[in-house]
Design a protein around this ligand. Structure first.
Ligand SMILES: Nc1nc2c(c(=O)[nH]1)N[C@H]1C(S)=C(S)[C@@H](COP(=O)(O)OP(=O)(O)OC[C@H]3O[C@@H](n4cnc5c(=O)[nH]c(N)nc54)[C@H](O)[C@@H]3O)O[C@H]1N2
Ligand SMILES: Nc1nc2c(c(=O)[nH]1)N[C@H]1C(S)=C(S)[C@@H](COP(=O)(O)OP(=O)(O)OC[C@H]3O[C@@H](n4cnc5c(=O)[nH]c(N)nc54)[C@H](O)[C@@H]3O)O[C@H]1N2
Ligand code: SF4
Ligand SMILES: [Mo]
Length: 724
């Protein structure tokens, strides 16, 4: 028996885990790591099942190649040679624009994903790049990009010190937070209330988070921008603002907000004007306050406008970059820019729908168009890493049909699932416990400054490539270096620019050295570890990988501190309160003030024991409350004459699902979780708990106008009995 320490790689909460393994590497138990200074021993049911998930007998252990409907296991060499033939064939026949790539949610968590998705994308030499960003958080990047000039200027609520937290369209008591890493988020919410703080939740459902709050307000889906505008209106109208940073555009903002009085928005969003006014006063007069929003508003119509208004409220109430307000984490690694600074988007447009690029990517919502529409640049081949688009993307079934028509597809994925079954080759990454882990992105949004590195717990099998090596080999194939090229070649290519920059940074540990000398200082057992070591050494705390290895429970780097001037990258150094790029959407919002949406609207929800599409094959995590049911208000159940099951129809598709009556959802709104729809899956447990694909109902023709993000919430549907 032995003990091993590990950061949980599943959700955004970065909990430290401590596990016991037997001599064969089997995980006997998983506990929260009580000595982790950030998570302090917290673990949720998903983390506690990490061993079962990692040892899942349905996980692929060898690369797979498909001929017709037949899958066979092949050697790694044969797999990479098949990829080389597939990709080069398409490049020769159709050119590089016929290639596309998708990088799914786990590529934000794994080291192979984070460090190698960029180089892989670049080596493909195509603009057809897609990722989970545009079915998740891209409105946030656009909004903060326009306001702060920096697409990574993502502030987090100072959870442990705030006096008031307004949560809009997020359910951290079940999701454990997102773009805000806070282990034991539920406990931190309880602590907020215990110290006399106030928690208010705005959501069309009375969620688990709402149930622990002081106040919950129901809101009509996709109308949060109205609520927030009315708060802004009130703050400005009643002289409730406290400006603590340099801003531009205050007068333009006042003009924009003028139409959105609390009385004007009440009929659209369904929140009483008096509640809106009270909220504005509470936010303005609390000793400190933070407004936090996530998926419920990012994946809705007006997503970008909503993200912008959240930070406008944080600025106007004097709570940006201030203890107890919203603050910017100071990560341990060098902050490498993501996209242009100052921020720009729409530098190029998608072929079929003319949608703007954001951070070098197009919206997932137009991927099917690009595959289906003939002409120059039609997508014919796909490299998909860690994504299950058939279940995750709007109108997933249509996208699945399109993927099935490709000339070639390779997936990097541990499972044969609804999407990878359409590929020609599947390359499975090692088990989680065989990989080193460092949450590069999530450690940029922690609610305390903190860092932790987990070395692999189990060794790779002889000849088994790491995930980074798989990615590197794909990149080398795509760039024409061939299936036999040494992946270490790419590692050195990635290190070189970092070191070249590092030797020029005054005060950096590499200052004045030549690049070879700096390279010789680096320490690490693999490419990703060497890159991490360089980023840590160039980071603000002067740490190194060796320092992190020496403190395997993680290192507390202190409470968040103000740092706005380092974050803002606008031309004049001010926060832009009224970016003109938003004016058109604000006009559209104003135009719809008179037309409150009618009919039934579909929204999503996350479940504590799920994680998007890939945790349903673990017996301890499925069943009970973790089922794919339609939440319907009892009044609607009666009005619609619903029995056990309902047929839900939208503009693009229909599903039949069990009805779960609950007064926790507002009348006129129904909720279906996503990630289900495993009928016929070769994941045996998941197939027994198949559920329905919520994304058979979501419509990719409706995207957030500014960012191109998918709209999963507020989807018009009809609901009818289906008990025949
Ligand atoms: N209707 C609706 N749809 C949604 C959402 C919603 O709220 N409603 N939410 C959206 C959001 S926020 C997101 S992030 C997306 C997520 O959508 P996707 O990006 O498709 O991600 P997942 O569904 O998490 O699928 C992850 C895939 O990665 C594989 N995988 C797991 N671990 C690893 C690993 O270590 N390496 C590799 N290579 N693969 C791995 C899994 O087997 C699975 O196939 O879904 C979106 N879709
Ligand atoms: N257990 C679990 N944890 C997860 C995941 C998971 O699948 N399961 N997924 C992970 C991922 S990829 C992400 S991105 C995060 C997401 O983390 P969260 O954003 O906290 O995710 P959700 O639970 O989907 O919360 C969205 C909330 O918005 C509400 N909502 C829907 N439409 C609207 C609207 O128009 N307005 C308002 N105000 N509210 C609305 C929904 O009812 C829901 O309660 O969670 C991560 N953590
Ligand atoms: S909350 Fe997230 S990070 Fe923490 S144990 Fe659960 S799944 Fe893992
Ligand atoms: Mo997500």
């Amino acid at each position: 028996m032995r003990e091993a320490l590990r950061t949980c790689p599943i959700c955004d909460a970065v909990c430290g885990l401590s596990m016991t393994l037997d001599g064969d590497g089997k995980v006997l138990s998983v506990r929260g790591d009580a000595d982790d200074p950030f998570s302090g021993g917290y673990v949720c049911p998903k983390g506690a099942s990490l061993g079962r998930l990692d040892e899942d007998p349905d996980r692929l252990r060898a690369p797979m190649v498909r001929t017709g409907d037949e899958w066979r296991e092949v050697s790694w060499d044969e797999a990479f040679e098949t990829v080389e033939r597939g990709l080069t064939g398409v490049i020769e026949r159709h050119g590089r624009d016929a290639l596309a790539a998708y990088f799914g949610n786990p590529t934000f968590h794994t080291m192979g994903g984070i460090f190698y998705r960029g180089p892989l994308a670049e080596s493909l030499g195509t603009t057809n790049l897609y990722s989970a960003s545009s079915i998740d958080q891209v409105p946030k990047h656009v909004a903060v990009g326009l306001m702060f000039g920096n697409s990574l200027a993502i502030s987090v609520p100072d959870l442990d010190r705030t006096d008031m937290l307004l949560v809009i369209g997020a359910n951290p008591a079940e999701s454990h937070g997102s773009l805000c890493a806070a282990p034991d988020f539920p406990g931190r919410l309880r602590a907020l209330r215990e110290r006399g703080g106030r928690l208010v939740v705005v959501d069309p459902r009375r969620t688990r988070t709402a149930r622990v709050a002081d106040e919950h307000l129901f809101i009509r889906p996709s109308t949060d921008a109205y609520l927030l505008f009315a708060i802004v209106h009130t703050l400005l109208d009643e002289d409730l603002t406290t400006l603590r940073c340099e801003v531009s555009g205050l007068e333009e903002l006042r003009e924009m907000a003028s139409a959105f009085s609390p009385e004007a928005v009440e009929p659209v969003c369904g929140v009483p004007a008096e509640d809106i006014i009270r909220l504005a006063w509470q936010l303005a007069t609390a000793d400190s306050a933070a407004v936090y929003t996530r998926v419920g508003t990012c994946t809705s119509d007006f997503g970008t406008v909503t993200q912008w208004l959240v930070d406008v409220v944080n600025v106007l109430t004097g709570n940006l970059d201030r203890p107890g307000g919203v603050m910017f984490t100071r990560p341990a690694t060098l902050e490498v820019p993501w996209g242009p600074k100052p921020f720009e988007f729409g530098r190029w447009r998608s072929r079929v729908r003319g949608l703007p690029e954001v951070l070098g990517e197009f919206p997932v919502g137009t991927l099917a168009d690009e595959i289906e529409t003939p002409g120059d640049g039609q997508v014919r081949a796909m490299v998909a890493v860690a994504g299950n688009l058939v279940l995750s993307a709007p109108d997933g079934p249509r996208l699945g049909r399109a993927l099935g028509d490709l000339e070639f597809m390779v997936c990097v994925d541990p499972y044969l699932n609804e999407t990878t079954r359409l590929a020609d080759v599947i390359l499975p990454p090692p088990r989680m416990l065989q990989m080193p882990h460092y949450d590069l992105l999530l450690l940029m949004v922690t609610v305390r400054n903190y860092t932790r590195f987990s070395p692999p717990v189990l060794p790779l099998e002889p000849g088994q490539p790491s995930e980074a090596e798989i990615m590197a080999r794909l990149a080398l194939i795509a760039s024409g270096r061939g299936a036999k090229a040494d992946p270490r070649e790419l590692d050195e290519q990635l290190l070189a620019p970092l070191l070249e920059a590092g030797v020029q940074i005054p005060g950096s540990p590499f200052e004045g050295l030549d690049v070879a000398e700096a390279r010789a200082m680096l320490d690490g057992d693999s490419g990703p570890e060497l890159i991490l070591d360089a980023l840590l050494r160039l980071g603000p705390y002067g740490l190194s990988l060796a320092d992190l290895r020496a403190k395997p429970h993680g290192i507390d780097l202190g409470a968040l501190e103000p740092r706005l001037p380092e974050v803002v990258c606008t031309d004049d150094g001010r926060v832009r309160l009224a970016p003109p790029e938003l004016a058109e959407e604000v006009g559209r919002l104003r135009g719809l003030l008179t037309e409150p949406a009618a009919g039934t609207l579909l929204i999503g929800r996350r479940q504590l024991r799920s994680n998007n599409s890939w945790l349903h094959n673990v017996p301890s995590l499925v069943g009970g409350s973790n089922r794919c049911t339609l939440h319907v208000h009892p009044d609607d159940v009666e009005r619609l004459g619903l029995g056990e099951r309902a047929r839900v129809r939208s503009a693009v598709g229909e599903v039949v699902v069990p009805v779960e009556p609950t007064d926790a959802i507002m009348p006129g709104v129904v909720s279906l979780p996503h990630g289900w729809g495993h009928e016929g899956s070769s994941q045996r447990v998941a197939a027994e708990h198949a559920g329905a694909n919520a994304n058979a109902l979501t419509d990719p023709s409706v995207l957030d106008r500014l960012s191109g993000n998918a709209v999963f919430n507020g989807v018009p549907v009809t609901v009818a009995p289906a008990d025949d």
